[in-house]
Design a protein around this ligand. Structure first.
Ligand code: HEM
Length: 457
Protein backbone atom coordinates (compact mmCIF):
# COMPACT_ATOMS: atom_id res chain seq x y z
CA UNK A 1 0.00 0.00 0.00
CA UNK A 2 1.63 3.29 -1.05
CA UNK A 3 2.45 5.59 1.88
CA UNK A 4 -0.54 7.84 2.48
CA UNK A 5 1.07 11.23 3.02
CA UNK A 6 -2.26 12.77 3.94
CA UNK A 7 -2.99 10.39 6.79
CA UNK A 8 -3.38 12.51 9.94
CA UNK A 9 -2.55 9.58 12.26
CA UNK A 10 0.95 9.92 13.75
CA UNK A 11 3.41 7.32 12.54
CA UNK A 12 3.77 4.30 14.84
CA UNK A 13 7.18 3.71 13.26
CA UNK A 14 8.20 0.67 15.34
CA UNK A 15 4.86 -1.11 15.26
CA UNK A 16 5.05 -4.76 14.18
CA UNK A 17 2.16 -4.17 11.81
CA UNK A 18 3.81 -1.36 9.84
CA UNK A 19 3.32 -1.99 6.11
CA UNK A 20 6.24 -2.66 3.78
CA UNK A 21 6.00 0.63 1.87
CA UNK A 22 6.13 2.73 5.03
CA UNK A 23 9.07 0.67 6.32
CA UNK A 24 10.88 1.24 3.02
CA UNK A 25 10.05 4.94 3.23
CA UNK A 26 11.71 5.19 6.68
CA UNK A 27 14.74 3.19 5.54
CA UNK A 28 15.28 5.59 2.67
CA UNK A 29 14.45 8.91 4.25
CA UNK A 30 17.06 11.28 5.66
CA UNK A 31 16.93 11.92 9.42
CA UNK A 32 16.03 15.32 10.95
CA UNK A 33 12.94 15.70 8.74
CA UNK A 34 10.26 13.75 10.61
CA UNK A 35 11.91 14.29 13.96
CA UNK A 36 14.54 16.86 14.95
CA UNK A 37 18.03 15.41 15.26
CA UNK A 38 20.46 16.61 17.92
CA UNK A 39 22.58 19.33 16.32
CA UNK A 40 23.80 21.32 19.30
CA UNK A 41 26.98 21.62 17.26
CA UNK A 42 26.42 21.99 13.58
CA UNK A 43 28.61 22.40 10.54
CA UNK A 44 26.96 23.52 7.30
CA UNK A 45 29.03 23.15 4.12
CA UNK A 46 28.09 24.73 0.78
CA UNK A 47 29.54 22.93 -2.21
CA UNK A 48 29.78 23.31 -5.96
CA UNK A 49 30.57 20.24 -8.07
CA UNK A 50 31.68 21.15 -11.64
CA UNK A 51 31.99 17.53 -12.84
CA UNK A 52 28.99 15.24 -13.23
CA UNK A 53 30.77 11.97 -12.55
CA UNK A 54 32.84 13.18 -9.63
CA UNK A 55 29.92 15.06 -8.07
CA UNK A 56 27.76 11.95 -8.24
CA UNK A 57 30.50 9.70 -6.86
CA UNK A 58 31.09 12.08 -3.95
CA UNK A 59 27.43 12.22 -2.91
CA UNK A 60 27.06 8.46 -3.31
CA UNK A 61 30.08 7.97 -1.07
CA UNK A 62 28.78 10.37 1.61
CA UNK A 63 25.39 8.63 1.54
CA UNK A 64 26.73 5.08 1.77
CA UNK A 65 29.42 5.71 4.37
CA UNK A 66 28.14 8.56 6.55
CA UNK A 67 24.38 8.95 6.37
CA UNK A 68 21.83 7.06 8.41
CA UNK A 69 18.14 6.64 7.71
CA UNK A 70 15.19 8.22 9.49
CA UNK A 71 14.43 4.79 10.95
CA UNK A 72 17.95 4.38 12.35
CA UNK A 73 17.64 7.82 13.92
CA UNK A 74 14.31 6.94 15.54
CA UNK A 75 15.84 3.73 16.91
CA UNK A 76 18.78 5.69 18.30
CA UNK A 77 16.42 8.12 20.06
CA UNK A 78 14.54 5.18 21.59
CA UNK A 79 17.77 3.48 22.73
CA UNK A 80 19.11 6.69 24.21
CA UNK A 81 15.91 7.15 26.24
CA UNK A 82 15.88 3.52 27.41
CA UNK A 83 19.57 2.73 27.88
CA UNK A 84 21.40 6.06 27.63
CA UNK A 85 23.19 4.74 24.56
CA UNK A 86 24.63 7.63 22.55
CA UNK A 87 23.51 7.89 18.93
CA UNK A 88 25.60 8.53 15.83
CA UNK A 89 26.09 12.01 14.29
CA UNK A 90 23.68 13.52 11.80
CA UNK A 91 24.75 13.96 8.20
CA UNK A 92 22.15 15.49 5.89
CA UNK A 93 22.34 16.52 2.25
CA UNK A 94 20.33 19.01 0.20
CA UNK A 95 20.70 19.63 -3.53
CA UNK A 96 19.73 22.87 -5.28
CA UNK A 97 18.14 23.00 -8.72
CA UNK A 98 21.52 24.14 -10.10
CA UNK A 99 23.05 21.16 -8.33
CA UNK A 100 20.66 18.71 -9.96
CA UNK A 101 21.55 20.22 -13.32
CA UNK A 102 25.24 19.85 -12.57
CA UNK A 103 24.65 16.22 -11.61
CA UNK A 104 23.35 15.58 -15.09
CA UNK A 105 19.58 16.09 -14.81
CA UNK A 106 18.06 17.96 -17.73
CA UNK A 107 15.89 21.06 -17.39
CA UNK A 108 13.10 18.88 -18.76
CA UNK A 109 13.71 16.36 -15.98
CA UNK A 110 13.68 19.08 -13.33
CA UNK A 111 10.03 19.77 -14.12
CA UNK A 112 9.33 16.61 -12.15
CA UNK A 113 9.82 18.77 -9.08
CA UNK A 114 6.33 20.08 -8.46
CA UNK A 115 7.56 23.15 -6.58
CA UNK A 116 8.12 26.00 -9.00
CA UNK A 117 9.91 28.03 -6.36
CA UNK A 118 12.53 25.30 -5.98
CA UNK A 119 13.01 25.29 -9.75
CA UNK A 120 13.57 29.06 -9.63
CA UNK A 121 16.04 29.10 -6.72
CA UNK A 122 16.07 31.72 -3.97
CA UNK A 123 17.82 34.45 -5.96
CA UNK A 124 14.88 34.68 -8.34
CA UNK A 125 12.31 34.99 -5.55
CA UNK A 126 13.56 38.21 -3.94
CA UNK A 127 10.66 40.36 -5.09
CA UNK A 128 8.07 37.93 -3.73
CA UNK A 129 9.45 37.84 -0.20
CA UNK A 130 11.07 41.30 -0.06
CA UNK A 131 14.57 39.95 0.41
CA UNK A 132 17.58 42.26 0.07
CA UNK A 133 19.15 42.36 -3.42
CA UNK A 134 21.62 39.54 -4.10
CA UNK A 135 24.53 42.05 -4.19
CA UNK A 136 23.87 42.62 -0.49
CA UNK A 137 24.09 38.91 0.37
CA UNK A 138 27.27 37.40 1.73
CA UNK A 139 29.62 36.25 -0.99
CA UNK A 140 29.01 32.52 -0.41
CA UNK A 141 25.32 32.89 -1.16
CA UNK A 142 25.82 35.09 -4.21
CA UNK A 143 27.48 32.15 -5.89
CA UNK A 144 25.82 29.13 -7.46
CA UNK A 145 25.52 26.61 -4.66
CA UNK A 146 24.95 23.00 -5.74
CA UNK A 147 24.64 21.21 -2.44
CA UNK A 148 24.52 21.73 1.28
CA UNK A 149 25.92 19.18 3.71
CA UNK A 150 24.81 19.42 7.32
CA UNK A 151 26.77 17.68 10.08
CA UNK A 152 25.36 17.73 13.59
CA UNK A 153 25.98 16.19 16.98
CA UNK A 154 25.99 16.93 20.71
CA UNK A 155 29.80 16.84 20.75
CA UNK A 156 31.85 19.43 18.84
CA UNK A 157 34.74 16.98 18.35
CA UNK A 158 32.57 14.49 16.46
CA UNK A 159 31.31 17.25 14.16
CA UNK A 160 34.84 18.55 13.55
CA UNK A 161 36.14 15.07 12.73
CA UNK A 162 33.33 14.33 10.27
CA UNK A 163 33.68 17.76 8.66
CA UNK A 164 37.40 17.10 8.08
CA UNK A 165 36.68 13.67 6.68
CA UNK A 166 33.99 14.88 4.28
CA UNK A 167 36.06 17.84 3.10
CA UNK A 168 38.99 15.48 2.54
CA UNK A 169 36.77 13.41 0.25
CA UNK A 170 35.61 16.33 -1.90
CA UNK A 171 36.87 15.66 -5.42
CA UNK A 172 39.44 17.97 -7.04
CA UNK A 173 36.79 19.35 -9.37
CA UNK A 174 34.48 20.45 -6.52
CA UNK A 175 34.74 23.62 -4.44
CA UNK A 176 33.78 24.42 -0.88
CA UNK A 177 32.07 27.79 -1.47
CA UNK A 178 31.61 28.59 2.19
CA UNK A 179 30.48 27.23 5.50
CA UNK A 180 28.57 28.09 8.64
CA UNK A 181 28.97 26.92 12.19
CA UNK A 182 25.91 26.61 14.37
CA UNK A 183 25.98 26.22 18.10
CA UNK A 184 22.98 25.75 20.35
CA UNK A 185 22.32 28.12 23.24
CA UNK A 186 20.30 27.27 26.35
CA UNK A 187 18.75 29.23 29.20
CA UNK A 188 19.21 28.22 32.85
CA UNK A 189 16.10 25.97 32.59
CA UNK A 190 17.89 24.03 29.83
CA UNK A 191 15.57 25.09 27.02
CA UNK A 192 17.04 25.99 23.63
CA UNK A 193 16.96 29.75 22.93
CA UNK A 194 17.64 32.13 20.07
CA UNK A 195 19.80 35.27 20.27
CA UNK A 196 17.05 37.65 21.45
CA UNK A 197 16.95 35.38 24.50
CA UNK A 198 13.61 33.61 23.85
CA UNK A 199 12.94 29.89 24.00
CA UNK A 200 12.83 28.63 20.40
CA UNK A 201 11.95 25.43 18.59
CA UNK A 202 9.15 24.51 20.99
CA UNK A 203 6.21 24.53 18.61
CA UNK A 204 6.61 22.03 15.79
CA UNK A 205 4.39 19.90 13.61
CA UNK A 206 4.93 16.37 14.97
CA UNK A 207 4.79 13.24 12.83
CA UNK A 208 5.84 10.28 14.97
CA UNK A 209 3.62 8.70 17.59
CA UNK A 210 6.15 8.70 20.47
CA UNK A 211 6.46 12.49 20.23
CA UNK A 212 2.73 13.12 19.84
CA UNK A 213 1.93 10.85 22.80
CA UNK A 214 4.05 13.00 25.13
CA UNK A 215 2.17 16.22 24.37
CA UNK A 216 -0.94 17.51 26.17
CA UNK A 217 -3.65 17.97 23.52
CA UNK A 218 -6.56 19.74 25.16
CA UNK A 219 -6.51 22.78 22.88
CA UNK A 220 -3.94 22.21 20.13
CA UNK A 221 -3.38 19.06 18.12
CA UNK A 222 0.38 18.76 17.45
CA UNK A 223 0.01 15.78 15.06
CA UNK A 224 0.40 16.54 11.36
CA UNK A 225 0.21 14.46 8.19
CA UNK A 226 3.49 13.63 6.46
CA UNK A 227 2.46 15.86 3.55
CA UNK A 228 3.59 18.88 5.58
CA UNK A 229 7.17 17.72 5.01
CA UNK A 230 7.35 14.87 2.50
CA UNK A 231 6.94 14.48 -1.24
CA UNK A 232 7.82 11.52 -3.45
CA UNK A 233 11.45 11.85 -4.59
CA UNK A 234 11.02 12.27 -8.36
CA UNK A 235 14.45 10.84 -9.26
CA UNK A 236 14.52 7.96 -6.80
CA UNK A 237 14.29 4.36 -8.04
CA UNK A 238 10.79 4.02 -6.57
CA UNK A 239 9.02 7.31 -5.72
CA UNK A 240 6.18 5.36 -4.10
CA UNK A 241 8.59 4.31 -1.36
CA UNK A 242 11.34 6.91 -1.59
CA UNK A 243 10.65 10.40 -0.32
CA UNK A 244 12.38 13.71 0.07
CA UNK A 245 11.68 17.14 1.47
CA UNK A 246 12.18 20.73 0.31
CA UNK A 247 14.66 22.52 2.54
CA UNK A 248 14.84 26.28 2.93
CA UNK A 249 18.11 27.69 4.25
CA UNK A 250 18.42 31.37 5.24
CA UNK A 251 21.17 33.09 7.17
CA UNK A 252 19.32 35.62 9.35
CA UNK A 253 21.48 38.09 11.22
CA UNK A 254 20.04 39.49 14.44
CA UNK A 255 20.74 42.96 15.79
CA UNK A 256 20.27 42.03 19.42
CA UNK A 257 21.16 45.48 20.76
CA UNK A 258 18.46 47.15 18.63
CA UNK A 259 15.93 44.50 19.62
CA UNK A 260 16.62 45.04 23.33
CA UNK A 261 16.29 48.83 22.87
CA UNK A 262 12.95 48.24 21.17
CA UNK A 263 11.75 46.08 24.06
CA UNK A 264 12.76 48.80 26.54
CA UNK A 265 11.23 51.67 24.53
CA UNK A 266 7.98 49.79 23.92
CA UNK A 267 7.64 49.06 27.64
CA UNK A 268 8.27 52.78 28.36
CA UNK A 269 5.79 53.97 25.69
CA UNK A 270 3.05 51.71 27.01
CA UNK A 271 3.80 52.67 30.61
CA UNK A 272 4.49 49.07 31.61
CA UNK A 273 5.94 48.68 35.09
CA UNK A 274 7.63 45.95 37.13
CA UNK A 275 7.18 42.40 35.92
CA UNK A 276 4.66 43.63 33.32
CA UNK A 277 7.58 45.21 31.38
CA UNK A 278 8.43 41.74 30.06
CA UNK A 279 5.16 41.89 28.15
CA UNK A 280 6.71 44.33 25.64
CA UNK A 281 9.04 41.69 24.19
CA UNK A 282 6.39 39.03 24.61
CA UNK A 283 4.02 41.04 22.40
CA UNK A 284 6.70 41.07 19.69
CA UNK A 285 7.35 37.32 19.87
CA UNK A 286 4.03 35.99 21.17
CA UNK A 287 5.75 34.14 24.02
CA UNK A 288 7.63 35.37 27.08
CA UNK A 289 11.37 34.79 27.16
CA UNK A 290 10.90 31.53 29.07
CA UNK A 291 8.52 30.31 26.37
CA UNK A 292 5.24 30.92 28.20
CA UNK A 293 2.64 31.82 25.55
CA UNK A 294 1.31 35.36 25.89
CA UNK A 295 -2.19 33.90 25.83
CA UNK A 296 -1.32 33.13 29.48
CA UNK A 297 -0.95 36.28 31.50
CA UNK A 298 2.40 35.76 33.09
CA UNK A 299 5.30 33.41 33.34
CA UNK A 300 4.44 30.08 34.86
CA UNK A 301 6.76 29.06 37.69
CA UNK A 302 8.89 26.31 36.15
CA UNK A 303 7.49 23.28 34.37
CA UNK A 304 7.69 22.40 30.71
CA UNK A 305 7.09 25.12 28.11
CA UNK A 306 3.45 24.95 27.02
CA UNK A 307 2.40 24.45 23.44
CA UNK A 308 -1.18 23.40 24.15
CA UNK A 309 -2.95 26.65 23.33
CA UNK A 310 -4.80 28.54 20.60
CA UNK A 311 -5.73 32.19 20.13
CA UNK A 312 -9.45 31.38 20.12
CA UNK A 313 -10.21 33.24 23.34
CA UNK A 314 -8.24 36.26 22.13
CA UNK A 315 -10.32 37.27 19.11
CA UNK A 316 -9.51 40.95 19.59
CA UNK A 317 -5.76 40.49 19.99
CA UNK A 318 -5.75 42.08 23.43
CA UNK A 319 -3.58 39.33 24.89
CA UNK A 320 -1.31 38.45 21.98
CA UNK A 321 -1.29 41.05 19.18
CA UNK A 322 -2.14 39.68 15.72
CA UNK A 323 1.35 40.77 14.66
CA UNK A 324 3.13 38.68 17.33
CA UNK A 325 5.68 36.44 15.58
CA UNK A 326 4.10 33.15 16.61
CA UNK A 327 0.57 34.36 15.86
CA UNK A 328 1.62 35.49 12.39
CA UNK A 329 3.53 32.31 11.59
CA UNK A 330 0.94 29.96 13.09
CA UNK A 331 -2.50 31.50 13.66
CA UNK A 332 -3.57 28.05 14.95
CA UNK A 333 -7.28 28.36 14.06
CA UNK A 334 -6.44 27.86 10.36
CA UNK A 335 -3.51 27.20 8.03
CA UNK A 336 -2.24 23.92 9.51
CA UNK A 337 -1.07 22.86 6.05
CA UNK A 338 1.33 25.85 6.07
CA UNK A 339 3.39 24.74 9.08
CA UNK A 340 6.99 23.68 8.34
CA UNK A 341 9.34 21.56 10.42
CA UNK A 342 11.87 24.13 11.67
CA UNK A 343 15.35 22.73 12.14
CA UNK A 344 17.48 25.88 12.44
CA UNK A 345 20.40 26.60 14.72
CA UNK A 346 21.89 29.77 16.19
CA UNK A 347 25.29 31.00 15.04
CA UNK A 348 27.84 33.44 16.46
CA UNK A 349 29.76 33.64 19.71
CA UNK A 350 28.53 35.66 22.71
CA UNK A 351 30.21 36.63 25.95
CA UNK A 352 26.99 38.01 27.50
CA UNK A 353 24.03 35.92 28.70
CA UNK A 354 21.22 36.26 26.12
CA UNK A 355 18.42 35.47 28.59
CA UNK A 356 19.24 37.96 31.37
CA UNK A 357 18.23 41.60 31.90
CA UNK A 358 21.57 43.24 31.05
CA UNK A 359 21.24 46.64 29.36
CA UNK A 360 21.02 46.87 25.55
CA UNK A 361 24.46 48.52 25.24
CA UNK A 362 26.08 45.26 26.31
CA UNK A 363 24.42 43.29 23.47
CA UNK A 364 25.86 42.42 20.05
CA UNK A 365 24.54 44.44 17.12
CA UNK A 366 25.61 41.92 14.46
CA UNK A 367 27.61 38.77 13.64
CA UNK A 368 25.08 36.62 15.48
CA UNK A 369 21.80 35.16 14.33
CA UNK A 370 19.87 32.18 13.14
CA UNK A 371 20.74 29.66 10.44
CA UNK A 372 17.07 29.24 9.60
CA UNK A 373 16.36 25.82 8.15
CA UNK A 374 12.99 24.23 7.61
CA UNK A 375 11.65 21.17 5.81
CA UNK A 376 8.57 21.65 3.63
CA UNK A 377 6.25 19.63 1.43
CA UNK A 378 5.96 22.81 -0.66
CA UNK A 379 8.20 25.87 -0.46
CA UNK A 380 5.71 28.06 -2.26
CA UNK A 381 2.77 27.27 -0.02
CA UNK A 382 4.67 26.92 3.25
CA UNK A 383 7.89 28.91 3.70
CA UNK A 384 7.19 31.54 1.05
CA UNK A 385 3.54 31.81 1.96
CA UNK A 386 4.45 32.39 5.61
CA UNK A 387 7.05 35.02 4.78
CA UNK A 388 5.05 36.79 2.08
CA UNK A 389 1.37 36.53 2.97
CA UNK A 390 1.63 36.45 6.73
CA UNK A 391 4.91 37.96 8.02
CA UNK A 392 5.32 40.72 5.40
CA UNK A 393 1.61 41.49 5.14
CA UNK A 394 0.62 44.49 7.31
CA UNK A 395 -3.07 43.68 6.87
CA UNK A 396 -2.78 40.07 8.05
CA UNK A 397 -6.14 39.01 9.57
CA UNK A 398 -7.19 42.63 10.18
CA UNK A 399 -6.35 46.00 8.65
CA UNK A 400 -3.27 47.66 10.20
CA UNK A 401 -2.02 44.55 12.00
CA UNK A 402 1.51 45.48 10.98
CA UNK A 403 4.46 43.40 9.82
CA UNK A 404 5.77 40.48 11.82
CA UNK A 405 8.06 42.51 14.12
CA UNK A 406 10.68 39.73 14.17
CA UNK A 407 10.93 38.56 10.55
CA UNK A 408 8.72 40.93 8.52
CA UNK A 409 10.47 42.47 5.50
CA UNK A 410 9.45 45.55 3.51
CA UNK A 411 8.57 49.17 4.33
CA UNK A 412 6.78 49.43 7.67
CA UNK A 413 4.68 52.47 6.77
CA UNK A 414 1.48 51.99 8.70
CA UNK A 415 1.05 52.70 12.39
CA UNK A 416 -0.03 50.05 14.86
CA UNK A 417 -1.49 49.80 18.35
CA UNK A 418 -0.69 47.54 21.29
CA UNK A 419 -2.91 46.46 24.19
CA UNK A 420 -1.84 48.53 27.20
CA UNK A 421 -3.33 46.11 29.67
CA UNK A 422 -3.25 42.34 29.10
CA UNK A 423 -6.66 41.09 27.94
CA UNK A 424 -8.34 44.52 28.13
CA UNK A 425 -9.53 46.42 25.02
CA UNK A 426 -7.55 49.49 26.08
CA UNK A 427 -5.22 50.13 23.15
CA UNK A 428 -2.23 52.44 22.88
CA UNK A 429 -2.31 55.45 20.57
CA UNK A 430 -1.16 54.49 17.05
CA UNK A 431 2.60 54.31 16.90
CA UNK A 432 5.33 53.46 14.41
CA UNK A 433 5.97 49.75 13.98
CA UNK A 434 9.04 48.38 15.68
CA UNK A 435 12.09 48.53 13.42
CA UNK A 436 13.47 45.53 11.57
CA UNK A 437 16.22 43.82 13.56
CA UNK A 438 16.61 40.63 11.51
CA UNK A 439 18.46 40.86 8.20
CA UNK A 440 18.65 38.15 5.60
CA UNK A 441 22.30 37.61 4.56
CA UNK A 442 21.70 34.96 1.92
CA UNK A 443 20.27 31.51 1.41
CA UNK A 444 19.06 28.90 -1.04
CA UNK A 445 16.33 26.37 -1.66
CA UNK A 446 17.33 22.72 -1.64
CA UNK A 447 15.73 19.32 -1.95
CA UNK A 448 16.79 16.72 0.62
CA UNK A 449 16.55 13.58 -1.54
CA UNK A 450 15.94 10.02 -0.42
CA UNK A 451 18.94 7.89 0.51
CA UNK A 452 17.86 5.58 -2.32
CA UNK A 453 18.53 8.38 -4.83
CA UNK A 454 21.90 9.28 -3.30
CA UNK A 455 23.08 5.67 -3.07
CA UNK A 456 22.18 5.08 -6.70
CA UNK A 457 24.02 8.07 -8.11
C1 HEM B 1 8.40 30.28 16.53
C2 HEM B 1 12.14 33.35 16.87
C3 HEM B 1 12.63 33.22 12.04
C4 HEM B 1 8.53 30.72 11.71
C5 HEM B 1 9.38 31.11 17.04
C6 HEM B 1 9.62 31.36 18.45
C7 HEM B 1 10.67 32.22 18.54
C8 HEM B 1 11.09 32.51 17.20
C9 HEM B 1 11.31 32.78 19.80
C10 HEM B 1 8.82 30.78 19.62
C11 HEM B 1 9.24 29.38 19.93
C12 HEM B 1 8.30 28.32 19.41
O1 HEM B 1 7.08 28.51 19.45
O2 HEM B 1 8.80 27.29 18.97
C13 HEM B 1 12.60 33.58 15.58
C14 HEM B 1 13.74 34.40 15.25
C15 HEM B 1 13.88 34.36 13.89
C16 HEM B 1 12.82 33.51 13.37
C17 HEM B 1 14.58 35.18 16.25
C18 HEM B 1 14.91 35.01 13.00
C19 HEM B 1 16.11 35.38 13.41
C20 HEM B 1 11.53 32.59 11.53
C21 HEM B 1 11.22 32.47 10.12
C22 HEM B 1 10.04 31.79 10.03
C23 HEM B 1 9.64 31.46 11.38
C24 HEM B 1 12.08 33.01 8.97
C25 HEM B 1 9.26 31.42 8.80
C26 HEM B 1 9.15 32.15 7.73
C27 HEM B 1 8.19 30.34 12.98
C28 HEM B 1 7.12 29.41 13.27
C29 HEM B 1 7.08 29.29 14.67
C30 HEM B 1 8.13 30.15 15.19
C31 HEM B 1 6.22 28.70 12.27
C32 HEM B 1 6.14 28.42 15.47
C33 HEM B 1 4.86 29.14 15.74
C34 HEM B 1 3.89 28.23 16.45
O3 HEM B 1 3.66 27.11 15.97
O4 HEM B 1 3.34 28.64 17.47
N1 HEM B 1 10.30 31.83 16.30
N2 HEM B 1 12.08 33.07 14.43
N3 HEM B 1 10.55 31.98 12.26
N4 HEM B 1 8.78 30.75 14.14
FE1 HEM B 1 10.38 31.96 14.29
Amino acid sequence: MPVDLNNAQPLAWDSATLDADTKAMLDNLQPNILRAHVREHLSVLFVRFNDVKEGRAFLRHVATTKMKSARKHLEEVRDFAAKGRRGTPYVGVGISKAGYRDLGHSVEDLRKFGDKVFRDGMKRRIAEVNDPPVEMWERTYQREIHAVIMIGDAEPERVAALREEILGELPESARLLGEETGQGMRNPAGDGIEHFGYVDGRSQPLFVKDEVDKEPKKHWNPAFPLSNVLVPDPFAPNPVRHHGSYLVFRKLEQNVRAFKEIERDLADNLGLAGADRDRAGAMIVGRFRDGTPLTSKAKAGGGPVSNDFTFDDDGEGTKCPFSGHIRKTNPRSFGREVLMARRGQTYGERTDQPWDDSPPETRPSGEVGLLFMAFNGSLVSQFEFTQQSWANNPDFLNPATGHDPVIGQGARDIKVTFPKVWGKPEMSTPQAQVAQTVTMRGGEYFFAPSLAYLRNL
